[in-house]
Design a protein around this ligand. Sequence first.
Ligand code: AMP
Ligand code: GLY
Length: 423
Amino acid sequence: MKVLVIGSGGREHAIVKKIALSPKVDKIFSAPGNAGIAKDAVCLDIAVNDFEQLADFAVKEEIDLTIVGPDDPLVAGIVDVFESRGLRVFGPKKNAAIIEGSKVFSKELMKKYNIPTAQYQTFDDPKEAVNYLKTCKYPIVLKADGLALGKGVLICNDFNEAAEGVRSIMEDRKFGAAGNRLVIEEYMTGREVSVLAFCDGSHIKPMTSAQDHKRAKDGDQGLNTGGMGTFSPSPFYSKEIDEFCRKNIYQPTIDAMKAEGRDFVGILFVGLMLTEEGPKVLEYNARFGDPEAQVVLPRLKNDLVELCEACIDGRLNDVELEFEENAAVCVILASEGYPEHYEKGFPITGLEKFDNQKDYFLYHAGTKLQGPDIVTNGGRVLGVTAIGKDLREARSRAYEACDWVCFPGKYYRKDIGKAISDL
Ligand code: AMP
Ligand code: GLY
């Protein structure tokens, strides 16, 4: 088979490395890919939002399967374009990817189908939103409706902060059109867990759990980022919680989407808050998480290509998902200054130390080839994942391997998975 992977981050590198293990796969392409992906795939100079050129390539090259990594092309309808050209593609159509693309849509879906989530109100008029804020308990959470690079959520401690938040999202349009509508929701407390699941429109098979660390600095300080590190599994995601979520959240979500005529095929990412009243949905995403994929996929025993095909063909129920009985930790090596201002173009050394390692994986994110060198090319540069028999071993291995690679301005959190491995 020939497979095309769309995207250029650590998540896509994890997908490429996993499918490279499949006996079904002969050749991998990636658009646009990065310097690490280029080792396993032919990288194409086509942007993720250039659907026509991507589809032209897939037709010409007779690609058997396309896997879409990032949210933007999914929400904008890349799957519909590919299917209209007769191409096989893994991911939700536009009318299903809206579960990530619109927070108003996802909240209304959960309300209509009794899926546990925070209480909320939606607004399209900033004055009404501010009036409502006068009646609220604090802290309170503001969410821009649309995609905002993971930054459209503000947790506000008092009325003044919240009113300022409404102004920045709805009037100053800090996140552009994503702020046309606003969700104001109840603040929840508890442990956060991410569960990613394969879906074929009717059935849903959840994978092992993971937890992200979204803030830039140790101790969950600093700005929100795309994710600075992950571990899997989460020791807080017990068997009982999993059973509750399967019955009350995962299957009901897929059933709800089907009932709305929006069959969800692809990866559903459920962000959960484990509250005292039970698990509640924080958010849905319509794709693999980044860097959740970097700890979940190395633990997956199944052939990823087979799973994608089972989802597309609506026969996920015939498949048994299996994970290794171990743990994984991923630490993101970022450019100093991320997620704000940082420099690019620095040479990276030590990459070869990861060659032929069994329990260590180096996932490229912001890297590119420059002459003979691999240089930094983004905020999140590399993801160092290590496997261990438990989280403690995985964590100490991941941190040991963080020293193997060097580049000027290398920055990483020192406390990924710390609280958990200290348990
Ligand atoms: P989201 O993009 O919706 O996952 O939100 C980003 C982060 O904001 C989450 O990972 C949580 O840490 C936090 N968050 C979102 N919604 C709530 C909520 N209702 N209560 C408390 N924290 C929240
Ligand atoms: N790591 C969070 C996300 O991919 O949305």
